[in-house]
Design a protein around this ligand. Structure first.
Ligand code: ADP
Ligand code: MG
Length: 246
């Protein structure tokens, strides 16, 4: 088995606030790991560490065999890791002045020096794949939230990532658009993409996750298969959290 993410004894502080506490977490290739927990528990910080959007203070991290040292250490692999890790945020963060298709073509052309004709073909294929092939020449503001988030997913996929990070990708969406984004993610998982997903969509977690991780105040206090965690949580914090959200 190839381990795509290896975190060992990771600690992260914001000033005096100890946000991540001795995190041990590995993600195997093709695995879908869903991270749940209360607001402020450290979910975003955890996945932002994986692509170096946040630095950490101690412990170790490897992403697809590229080591990324704690703050002050060797960060030489950061560019390589960023190329291999796609991220989708709650806010879609599309470039408003670029068409949908240009949004998708930009990173491959800039970062990977992909030829324009190739990037164009890839963008068209990916837009078909996320179900909006007919929106290629529109601007983000002309799309619904659900469509914009699907563009954001396509944009991340254009870099051919080894790992996809999702941070509450449906939390900013109107309820009727949540399903179309979850459908795209479900399909990605089915095709074997390695994914770390922070979400409050417990139905999605139950159905798609290989493993569910519950974080409480910066610590992993429970993890297991979805059925184990949802139907028979062992930790009383997990029980209390689930009784609030399920
Ligand atoms: P979650 O995603 O689970 O809601 P976060 O990872 O965003 O939690 O935040 C964890 C804790 O770290 C919270 O107490 C939050 O206020 C704090 N925090 C997050 N980002 C920063 C930052 N850039 N500076 C200072 N504190 C932060
Ligand atoms: Mg968050």
């Amino acid at each position: 088995m190839t381990q795509i993410v290896k975190m060992k004894g990771m600690n992260k502080y914001f000033g005096k606030l100890h946000v991540l506490k001795d995190i041990d977490l590995t993600v195997e290739q093709g695995e879908v790991v869903v991270i749940i927990g209360a607001s402020g528990s450290g979910k975003s910080t955890l996945i932002r560490c994986v692509n170096g959007l946040e630095e950490y203070e101690s412990g170790s991290l490897e992403v697809d065999n590229h080591p990324l040292a704690p703050k002050g250490g060797n960060q030489n692999s950061l560019a390589e890791i960023r190329k291999e890790v796609g991220m989708v945020f709650q806010q879609f963060n599309l470039f408003p002045h670029l068409t949908v298709k240009k949004n998708i073509m930009l990173a491959p052309m800039k970062v990977k020096r992909t030829a324009e004709v190739v990037a164009n073909a890839t963008a068209e294929r990916l837009l078909e794949r996320v179900g909006i092939g007919n929106q290629a020449d529109k601007y983000p503001s002309q799309l619904s939230g659900g469509q914009q988030q699907r563009v954001a997913i396509a944009r991340a996929l254009a870099m051919e990532p080894r790992l996809m990070l999702f941070d509450e990708p449906t939390s900013a969406l109107d309820p009727e658009m949540i399903g179309e984004v979850l459908d795209v993610m479900r399909e990605l998982a089915r095709e074997g993409m390695t994914m770390m997903v922070v979400t409050h969509e417990m139905g999605f977690a139950r159905e798609v996750a290989d493993r569910v991780i519950y974080i409480h105040e910066g610590q992993i206090v429970e993890e297991g298969k979805p059925d184990e965690v949802f139907d028979n949580p062992q930790n009383e914090r997990t029980q209390a959290f689930l009784s609030r959200v399920l």
